[in-house]
Write a protein of this length. Sequence first.
Length: 572
Amino acid sequence: MPPQNAPLAFSHARGRTDVPLIEQTIGDFFADMAARQPQREALVSRHQGLRYSYAGLQAEARRLASALLGLGLEKGDRIGIWSHNNAEWVLMQLATAQVGLVLVNINPAYRSSEVEYALNKVGCKALVSMAQFKTSDYLGMLRELAPELATAVPGALQAARLPALRSVVWIDVAGQGAEQPGMLRFSELLARGDAQDARIDAVAATLRNTDPINIQFTSGTTGFPKGATLTHRNILNNGFFIGECMRLTCEDRLCIPVPLYHCFGMVLGNLACFTHGATVVYPNDGFDPLLVLETVQAERCTGLHGVPTMFIAELDHPRFGEFDLGTLRTGIMAGSPCPIEVMKRVVSDMHLSEITIAYGMTETSPVSCQSDAGTPLERRVSTVGKVQPHLEVKIVDPATGETVAPGVSGELCTRGYSVMHGYWGDEARTREAIDSEGWMHTGDLATMDEQGYVNIVGRIKDMVIRGGENIYPREIEEFLYRHPKVQDVQVVGVPDARYGEELCAWVIVKPGQTLSEDEVRDFCKGQIAHYKVPRYIRFVQSFPMTVTGKIQKFKIRDEMIAMLDLRPAKTA
């Protein structure tokens, strides 16, 4: 490899190694941080009215770890968290890591069939869930999946459709709300714990930082989500180096409106802060632009995260000008292509002069490339930065596997500490994603310039990114095939100025049947996440095909773009 600043002859770059990797577990690292600055504020959950110092958060996490062991959970067991952002979520993140339980992130947008698949795929023995959120009745969906809850003793569930699940815990406001048959209140569970429980340290002493600690589901091309399995070493180090790019210190206060169930919230948010002794601030359980603006001002936040649509909603809020955002300096915009004009407005109007762009995927913990606070603005708005420390990235010809020259597009591959442990229970798909030399093949098309700056230019596969959510059309097709009137269906992504992309479904109706757009959408409601419901639905007699019978999805996409006169947001 050439010296660090020498022009690259090939699209292959290695990150710096002058700062060593962290080789502790998350539990040990957080305990050390809490001991160094016990009274510094660690967490503010504005919508819950909760504040924790580092010492206080450490004590509560240990109390919860004790209570989870009391449920009969053992190192390596899986426990799901099905919730929007709150203090209970981060307590679960820290407590499970402390005693080697594998935290399984379940998207709050999931509906009954999706949560059933997720819980069973990884064999969750316990689940912590919100009671409800807006129109989502989480406990109602669980009772639908496990009617045995009605007569079960909490902690001893035996459900036909969820055979591994024993305990369901619902997140309550202490002492409020009706009792839920067969379920345990989170407040009651926490009260059972003992922060001095000797079992905690005994289990912690047996843990390795290469142990799996987190499973996040990412949609698969076969129509079934894959459980990307991540270790302490994966996500603790990624959080640390993300924070380094942001120049975080213990004086920083980071507003996190992005979801914790996704790497953006739990790694780029929580772990970036905790590895630097900074303060985590949640403005609300779900995204509300006004509450974000209010929180930044009230808590004097120095950092703010978001996907482009969040920043747009904040900038365009009619009350935007009322708030003093002068304390802001850094943050991350990621999740989908970042529009150039939005980046410029964020820098000029929100004082985020050191905002960075991050690129990655769940399978790489997630960040592989990131601009840092000192990257020139023109680079920050036109690239995803350079490779992170202790990682390698290369751009290869998808057909030959050969590394391409600078400026030539190819598949982006990543290697290093951040590459996932594997897909849970799926060695075949793990081998498809990670080659024999340890390279994770992202499926993204990218270019790298002679200075090592990476630009994402497209995707080899047909994954759709809608407002930061990764969607594989095949999963939607598999679901729509279940409709009794649907003979065939093809789903593609089409440009959208607000979300980056939207889903479009072409449907062939069975002979003799009639079907409306509303019927299709009604079929989806409550069964698949809202962001997976196609915005555009067109009924056709056939699909464009090659002479060999292969469906040409690009022609479907092109026709819809022309028909609807769709225009994407201007991006780098």
